[in-house]
Design a protein around this ligand. Structure first.
Ligand code: CA
Length: 217
């Protein structure tokens, strides 16, 4: 997801909280950088502060909607700017939070937003006995819930979404980590190992020196 927030302390806190909740977060601090990121990157969610340098959050949002984007957007706004909030919703925000807010509430709202948008776009992914629900972030094997860590889930989601395609370690690292986040060495290998243990050893195939694939049945 993309986080746009110019306040360093707040941005840092939000990013840490979202990462802990399993989101890969890219963080930019002004409206122009946000526009550039949205032009070049692929995001599933946008958390957008309204009061931003260079280009306001409302302007970013208007620009985004003018391009026909349906990206789910949650805006962050200061307590006393009712007019701003209305302008933000009018410009096409899906939800808003008033500062200061609770991180847990932000995460709950974002879950609800992705649930709504994935309800329209991509519901359940199913491959053999494995079923993955992107909205509730639940995985079932033969109908039974399998507990996965946030990163294991992200990795499995990416491989199932692109079943039949070989994904390189670098591609998988990219969906596990945001910019500037230190990539733990061998983390992809470790997560794949855990996924095999939990879901069956034949689920993910390794192509030595190339990458990983989940075959279509
Ligand atoms: Ca601000």
């Amino acid at each position: 997801m993309l986080l746009v927030e110019d306040d360093s302390l707040l941005g840092d806190g939000i990013r840490a909280g979202l990462r802990q909740a399993g989101y890969a977060v890219d963080w930019v601090r002004d409206g122009q950088a946000a526009r550039l990121s949205l032009e070049t990157g692929e995001y599933a969610l946008l958390v957008l502060d309204l009061g931003l340098p260079k280009l306001s959050g409302t302007e970013v949002l208007k620009w985004l909607r003018n391009r026909g984007s349906t990206l789910p957007v949650l805006i962050l706004t200061a307590r006393d700017t009712v007019a701003d909030r209305i302008a933000g919703l009018d410009a096409g925000a899906d939800d808003y939070l008033i500062k200061p807010f609770d991180l847990d509430e932000l995460i709950a709202r974002l879950r609800a937003l992705s649930r709504r948008s994935s309800g329209q776009a991509a519901p359940l992914l199913q491959l053999g006995a494995i079923e993955l629900d992107p909205a509730s972030r639940q995985v079932r094997k033969q109908g039974k819930i399998v507990e996965l860590s946030a990163r294991e889930f992200t990795l499995l989601h990416e491989l199932m979404r692109q079943a039949g395609r070989v994904l390189s370690r670098e591609q998988l690292e990219e969906c596990l980590y945001g910019w500037g986040e230190e990539v733990e060495s061998n983390s992809v290998e470790v997560h794949v190992h855990h996924l095999r243990r939990k879901l069956g050893s034949s689920l993910i195939r390794t192509l030595r020196g190339v990458g990983y694939v989940i075959d279509k049945p």
